[in-house]
Design a protein around this ligand. Structure first.
Ligand code: ADP
Ligand code: MG
Length: 254
């Protein structure tokens, strides 16, 4: 894998974040942040609470508007785009709490997320053709819910709900997936399966994950970006950042 090298041109990377800053009434939650993500990379962002991790995802997906800086995704400047345009450009975002339709089945949740079936009226007019069914089944297999297609989402375990929401993103075929604390509240075996799922996903996507569980980070990360007070404190392999004195100091200080 190519190493992050700010000297190379931005279009070498799938995502180039440069000088990104957001100020909330003078408080810079993200402060002159730069990082670069390759194709087929799993990047994990770690850092103490309040470091600005979730805000970075909010900025990339257009939920929050940057005060300064640039976010380039392929040839598109995301800081100038609306949230739905960013989704359309190929960036999918999963929030900390699953936003699935509890009273619909697993199948229906995935079907609704299929690009042509979006929205209630679209879904009504929408023929369940073979292409959709095949795609729903393919995604359900990946997210370990192949045998739960007829199950109402409400009765899935917390971990299964998290997988379903990942599936609802995957079915839209985004190039870049962003997951905020995907294994929070999961059992150990669910965490292992989620790591498997991510390894499967990056065969044809890139992923940015925010996570606290260091065992999970170790299992999945190609590179780790450590954030502190809105800035990059350290970056590199898990081994590198774990032994970085600056990182050790920040984590022991908390
Ligand atoms: P993390 O995800 O690393 O725990 P966040 O990105 O959620 O951190 O928050 C970083 C800091 O920015 C926190 O101090 C938080 O209170 C602040 N913050 C986040 N969003 C807003 C907002 N919309 N308005 C004001 N302050 C915010
Ligand atoms: Mg957060």
């Amino acid at each position: 894998m190519q190493q992050a090298n700010p000297a190379s041109t931005p279009r070498d990377f799938l995502l180039s974040v440069e000088g990104l800053t957001v100020s909330f009434d003078g408080f810079k939650a993200v402060n002159d942040l730069s990082f670069y993500v390759d194709e087929n990379e799993i990047r994990v962002i770690i850092g103490p609470n309040g470091a600005g991790k979730t805000t970075v995802l909010d900025l990339i997906c257009g939920r929050t508007t940057a005060t300064e800086g640039s976010i380039r995704f392929r040839d598109k400047e995301l800081t100038r785009m609306r949230e739905h345009e960013i989704v359309h450009a190929g960036v999918g975002r999963k929030f900390q709490n699953p936003s699935i339709y509890e009273d619909l089945t697993v199948f229906e949740n995935l079907e609704l997320s299929f690009p042509r079936g979006r929205g209630v009226f679209g879904a009504l007019a929408f023929k369940r053709d073979k292409q959709v069914i095949d795609r729903v089944e393919e995604i359900a297999e990946m997210i370990f819910l192949r045998d739960q297609l007829k199950t109402e989402a409400a009765i899935l375990s917390h971990g299964q709900k998290q997988w379903l929401e990942i599936g609802m993103l995957l079915i839209q075929s985004p190039e870049l997936l962003m997951l905020d604390e995907p294994v929070a509240g999961m059992s150990v075996s669910e965490r292992v399966k989620t790591a498997e799922l991510l390894h499967q996903i990056i065969k044809d996507h890139s992923v940015i994950v925010i996570e606290h569980d260091m065992k999970f980070v170790q299992d999945i990360a190609h590179r780790v970006t450590v954030m502190h007070q809105g800035k990059v404190l350290s970056e590199g392999s898990m081994d590198h950042v774990q032994h970085d004195p600056k990182v050790i100091e920040v984590y022991l200080g908390h």
